[in-house]
Design a protein around this ligand. Structure first.
Ligand code: DHB
Length: 396
């Protein structure tokens, strides 16, 4: 049996926030697309990720009609605390750069976009498997897959987008001679928890300590998200609630904070690394989001970068399709990578400045405190942090 054939302008592999936002932006420009996603909608909704939106990410949701909940249920944060050397130091984003961020979890961004695609009659196929991309350098690239009912399907399109996350199959279809990959591994991971407790502070705390980094984030008035640096091979089953609270309290206590405790409802170890693939285009296949680049979580740049990619990509696809000229997509890689490498540097910098290095010497820890102190005591230093954290304005 030949597969069922669907034709569309843009085929999108990956139905996370990047793929759905792209499909949403294209639909608003009158361009149809088909999105295929390996996971069920429920599985994506339950993948906990970061919770900070840059101001341009909020603006993108707002300007395209998906901001009802982010503005109503999200929390505007005008700064963060950097905690080190025995005290907390506030970085005041509003005062330094006139910008803020929104605390709103990635899972909710996904729900809002999935609802918008549903409402607008978007073609999103969840729960598919055996996905493969073909003929990516031809003018009719395709994606083949088995749908949730077990039927073989084929989608043919003018352009194919790989928004299929850090384990992308799309990026592997770039011939090795036509791509470069850049990696950096880190000798630690984050132990992430959700707990039922009131917030411990009005804003997020990025906490340096001799025992390692801790991040005190939030979700709602009654649910909190926290992380602490751990070994990548840490087993969550070795950590009782009491042991987790003791570790967190010791780390933040070194800088004068006390946490509000409560039952821990979720615990996961998040390994992390830096990765970039260049270029982000091969023939008529384009990569967006984690498929092209991964950042360590410190600073919450992953989702924001993915949204920035697809905003640029939607604009370029719209031009290429309306002018029937694929060469107009040539500038995508360069435009996207400018922000990607700035974010790679920022995430790397925040990570290495705040985490306890492997086999840290007393010198290493004192030097980090010197670095943190030069950031908070200097307008130039804290302005760089504020600018990067709230997001660089678009160059174009
Ligand atoms: C969150 C995660 C981050 O990596 C970060 O830098 C800030 C907040 C979060 O999950 O809330």
């Amino acid at each position: 049996m030949p597969p069922d054939l669907t034709r569309t302008r843009v085929g999108i592999v990956g139905g996370g926030p990047a793929g759905l936002m792209l499909s949403h932006l294209l639909a608003r420009a009158g361009i149809d697309s088909v999105v295929v996603e390996l996971r069920t909608r429920e599985e994506v909704e339950h993948t906990h990720r970061a919770g900070i939106l840059e101001q341009d990410s909020v603006r993108l949701l707002d300007e395209t009609g998906v901001s009802d909940r982010v503005l109503r249920d999200g929390y505007r944060h005008e700064g963060i605390d950097l905690a080190f050397g025995g005290a907390g130091h506030r970085i005041d984003f509003e005062a330094l750069v006139g910008a803020s961020v929104q605390l709103y979890p990635q899972t909710d961004v996904f729900i809002d976009l999935a609802d918008a695609r549903d409402r607008d009659g978007g073609d999103v196929r969840y729960d598919v498997n055996e996905v493969g991309v073909v003929d990516v350098t031809s003018d009719q690239p395709g994606v083949l897959f088995t749908d949730s009912a077990g039927e073989r399907q084929e989608v043919r399109c003018d352009y194919l987008v790989g928004a299929d996350g850090s384990r992308s199959i799309c990026r592997d279809s770039f011939p090795e001679s036509q791509r470069r990959q850049f990696f950096r591994e880190y000798p630690f991971a984050w132990f992430g928890i959700l707990c039922e407790a009131p917030p411990s502070a009005p804003e997020l705390i990025y906490n340096h300590s001799e025992r390692g980094f801790a991040l005190i984030s939030q979700r709602t008035e009654t649910l909190q998200r926290m992380y602490f640096q751990c070994d990548p091979h840490e087993d969550v089953d070795d950590w009782s609630d009491d042991r987790i609270w003791e570790e967190l309290q010791t780390r933040v206590g070194a800088n004068g904070y006390t946490l509000q405790e409560g039952p821990i409802t979720s615990r996961t170890v998040l390994p992390f690394r830096s990765f970039v693939q260049e270029p982000m285009r091969h023939g008529n296949l384009l990569l967006a989001g984690d498929a092209a680049h991964t950042v360590p979580p410190t600073g919450a740049k992953g989702l924001n970068l993915a949204l920035a990619d697809v905003r640029v990509l939607a604009e370029e696809l719209e031009r290429a399709i309306s002018k029937k000229d694929g060469s107009l997509l040539d500038s995508y890689t360069e435009r996207a990578l400018d922000r990607v490498w700035k974010a790679q540097h920022f995430s790397y910098w925040m990570t290495t400045m705040l985490h306890r290095p492997a086999e840290a010497s007393p010198f290493d820890l004192r030097r980090q405190v010197g670095e943190l102190s030069s950031v908070v005591s200097s307008t130039a230093g804290s302005t760089y942090l504020a600018e990067a954290y709230t997001g660089w304005p678009d160059r174009d």
